[in-house]
Design a protein around this ligand. Structure first.
Ligand SMILES: Nc1ncnc2c1ncn2[C@@H]1O[C@H](COP(=O)(O)OP(=O)(O)OP(=O)(O)O)[C@@H](O)[C@H]1O
Ligand SMILES: [Mg+2]
Length: 401
């Protein structure tokens, strides 16, 4: 059986996660090695100290290599941060050949037209994703190759990223001897790991609430509709606890993870009045929960405001899926339902085999998703070849070099 080795490198604001895996025949993803290290030198998803970031990446890569028993050559890498922006753009070309048959080269041409948007000089195209094709006004065509027509339109989702921000990240990774197979926008990766096909078809919003950023992706009709990155996440919750209760940041983080609950009154009523003691510091459970709830509620409202349309019920009937480390906060799905009035669930990576126990946690949605992205986009470079359910998504351009 043909086995293909692949790897993912998720350089997050709080942790670096390296996963080494293989794709064995049609049996899915088998995890061979995982390396997780605390992250230093990053803020809000961006490298702010190259040497510190490099050391964290090195530690994570070495751990993964030790557990897999072989060396990591190259990996799929996640990109996030405020420097990322996205836009939907249309392209149109005429089919002038005598037979009026749409061919692969027409797809290439129409995507060339769609991607010719004005990109600021400090930005580069990261992804140009065809969302849907229109042949002579007939909408919703997923793969127009072989159809007859005079006119071919394409709707694309275009994502650009800041050149220097990406260069800082790639420099750190190459600096530890790992080559980059491809750069993938983090919410697109997370979506691959936690969303179902049905949700993506009906319409769904994904919020990956990590340490430094909240990464958002909206899917409709099985294609990406909107992406955005908010520079607010778990770090701000901890900061609020630290300031509000007069605790050092590390202690506030520990308290949040150990006792944090956005809806404490769901449990026994008396619980709300108890006092928590950690490291000689006492705080009221009620105060701790209140601080976390206020920040998370505000964040969830900000997330929904990112939706490009206000008819939520028809745009995203499958509602909101929350993932990322902060999704571990007890009560967050219920608070999501209350704050957004949308069906809300927690997204945890699924369909994993091998040494994957640690990865069944929302914090690893991006890391696992980078591998699934590769599996679902095998023909990234030969983008006109594949058809079928994921065919149009697989015709993704890679233009960062
Ligand atoms: N049980 C928990 N309760 C509350 N918060 C938690 C819990 N577990 C983890 N977190 C929070 O999740 C955040 C880290 O999430 P994650 O690992 O997804 O971030 P990251 O990928 O390193 O960062 P980013 O993607 O933002 O660059 C931290 O703020 C951490 O405090
Ligand atoms: Mg992350």
């Amino acid at each position: 059986m043909k086995r293909t080795r692949i790897a993912a490198l998720d350089v997050g604001t709080t942790k670096v996660c390296t996963i080494m895996a293989d794709i064995a025949g049609g049996s899915g993803l088998r995890i061979l090695g995982v390396g997780i290290a605390p992250s230093h030198g990053l803020q809000k998803g961006l490298v702010v100290n190259v040497n510190e970031a490099k050391e964290s990446i090195r530690e994570s890569v070495r751990k993964a290599e030790r557990s897999a028993g072989f060396k990591l050559e190259s990996a799929y890498v996640g990109v996030t941060g405020r420097h990322v922006s996205s836009v939907n753009n249309r392209g149109v070309v005429a089919i002038t050949r005598n037979d009026q048959l749409v061919r692969g080269e027409d797809l290439k041409r129409v995507l060339e037209v769609a991607r010719s948007i004005k990109v600021p000089s400090d930005q580069r195209l990261l992804h140009v994703i065809p969302r849907t094709y229109i042949v002579d006004g007939q909408e919703g065509v997923k793969n127009p190759v072989g159809m007859h027509g005079f006119r071919l339109d394409v709707e694309t989702h275009i994502i650009t990223a800041g050149i220097t921000s990406v260069q800082n990240l790639t420099k750190c990774i190459r600096g530890v001897g790992v080559e980059i197979d491809d750069l993938v926008l983090e919410p697109l990766a997370s979506a691959e790991a936690v969303l179902t096909d049905e949700e993506k078809m009906n319409g769904v919003m994904l919020a990956d609430i990590g340490g430094g950023t909240t990464d958002i992706a909206v899917f409709k009709n099985n294609s990406i509709y909107h992406t955005s990155i908010l520079p607010v996440a778990g770090h701000q919750i901890t900061q609020d606890i630290s300031v509000g209760l007069g605790l050092a940041f590390d202690l506030a983080e520990e308290m949040k993870k150990k006792y944090g609950n956005v809806l404490p009154y769901q449990d026994e009523k008396d619980d709300a009045d108890k006092t928590l003691t950690e490291d000689g510091h006492s705080v009221s459970y009620r105060d701790l929960s209140e601080i976390i709830r206020i920040r998370v509620e505000e964040l969830l409202r900000l997330v929904v405001l990112e939706l490009p349309r206000t008819d939520y019920a028809s745009l995203i009937p499958s509602g909101l899926v929350i993932t990322g480390g902060t999704a571990n906060l007890p009560g967050i799905a219920e608070l999501g339902r209350q704050a957004t009035r949308l069906p809300t669930r927690i997204g945890i990576p699924f369909n994993l085999y091998g040494v994957s126990d640690t990865l069944s946690d929302p914090a690893y949605a991006t890391s696992v998703g980078l591998l699934v992205w590769k599996m679902n986009h095998q023909d990234t470079q030969t983008w006109q070849s594949k058809s079928g359910a994921n065919g149009f998504m697989s015709r993704v351009f890679r233009m960062f070099s």
